[in-house]
Design a protein around this ligand. Structure first.
Ligand code: 5GP
Length: 359
């Protein structure tokens, strides 16, 4: 047994120190980014925020709406393949919509079929916006990105699809981030345990404070020309500012985008309040729905909550993007790209957080 004494931080442990700035309005701030991915060599342009591949967040409706605002979506993996083919066929640009999969053979074969159907489309089909390129961006998602089978899968996928943008995880440490990037991952997904409906830390005792994970993994990734996506734990626009400030290139959101019309779930009335169910993808609710229950050898590592129904996602987006823009003006970052260089974190005593009832 070993104990690591070095202090590790979560979003709630820090604030961003304001800096002198010549910016006069948050309207001057550009929060879009442009990347050329390390391995796929594809170009990405947009606001680097991604709706999580959860079945109550990463929906086709969410993808259409977010695309209209320059944001990305990782579709959940439970869609029927014909629905996916029709959806991708109609998309004019597919780089900001990620096709998600696990590492099981069925996932791989399903992707292969969907991609093949799209690549054999003919360019002269009039209703086809996506002319024969197939899927551009992939999200390979496992709860534990430290297994050999996951890394082997990534090698195999990369070999077969050299020009697809590959986002994969989840991990929380620099050395595993480097291994994944060297295996051909373009964007390493970072976060074990911080999710709003995740119970991994409680069920297993495993995890890593999310802000430190972001800082350490971003440093490792950037050293190799790779990128990271901070996945989980953001509960307010300020948390996104801290994640970007810590070096995240992309941020994935579950809970903050849940509860909207685009999420596709049923709205229920409880005590006069309109509520929607939101659950983790390893929760009993999800496993009952997709796997016929929780297998005997495992425990659920997610929970279900009822959250307020918040109407269309647009108002929430405005809040999120407004908060990030404002953070940029506080530190004098004219572009989101500059936010991390201009960020100094101030450590906040935990008692203060508790005192003011923060989070
Ligand atoms: P949030 O933005 O809600 O804090 O976090 C979203 C992230 O939580 C997802 O992108 C995913 O990585 C993670 N997640 C989703 N469902 C589960 C689950 O059932 N268990 C665990 N451990 N993590 C989950």
């Amino acid at each position: 047994m070993r104990i690591e004494e070095e202090l590790k931080l979560d979003f709630k442990d820090v604030l961003i120190r304001p800096k002198r700035s010549t910016l006069t309005s948050r309207a001057e701030v550009d929060i879009s980014r442009q990347f050329v991915f390390r391995t796929s060599r594809r170009t990405y342009k947009g606001i680097p925020i991604i709706a999580a591949n959860m079945d109550t967040v990463g929906t086709l409706d969410m993808a259409r709406t977010l695309a209209g605002h320059g944001l990305a979506t990782a579709l959940h993996k439970h869609y029927d393949e014909h629905l996916l083919i029709d959806f991708f066929r109609a998309l004019p640009a597919t780089d900001t919509v990620f096709y998600s999969m696990g590492i099981a053979r069925v996932d791989y074969e399903k992707f292969h079929r969907v991609n093949a159907a799209l690549t054999t489309d003919t360019a002269d089909a009039t209703d086809t916006a996506n002319t024969g390129q197939g899927i551009a961006s992939l999200c390979v998602d496992v709860a534990n990105g430290y297994t050999k089978s996951f890394v082997d899968f990534i090698h195999k996928l990369r070999e077969e699809y050299p020009d697809k943008t590959l986002m994969a995880g989840n991990v929380v440490t620099g050395e595993m981030t480097e291994e994944l990037i060297l295996a051909g991952v373009d964007i390493v997904k970072v976060g074990i345990g911080p999710g709003s409906v995740c119970t991994t830390r409680r069920m297993t005792g495993v995890g890593y404070p999310q802000l430190s994970a972001i800082i350490e993994c971003a440093d490792a990734a950037h050293g190799l020309g790779g990128l990271i996506c901070a996945d989980g734990g953001c509960t307010s626009p300020g948390d996104l500012a801290k994640a970007f400030g810590g070096g995240a290139d992309f941020i994935m959101l579950g809970g903050m985008l849940a509860g909207h019309d685009e999420c596709g779930g049923e709205v229920v009335e409880t005590n006069g309040m309109r509520k929607m169910a939101f659950y983790g993808m390893s929760s009993r609710a999800a496993m009952d729905k997709y796997a016929g229950g929780v297998a005997e050898y495992r425990a659920s590592e997610g929970k279900q909550v009822l959250i307020d129904h918040r109407g269309a996602v647009e108002a929430t987006l405005q809040d999120i993007l407004g908060g990030v823009r404002s953070a940029c003006t506080y530190v004098g970052a004219r572009r989101l790209k500059e936010l991390s260089k201009r960020t100094t974190f101030i450590r906040v005593a935990r008692q203060l957080n508790d005192w003011f009832g923060e989070r």
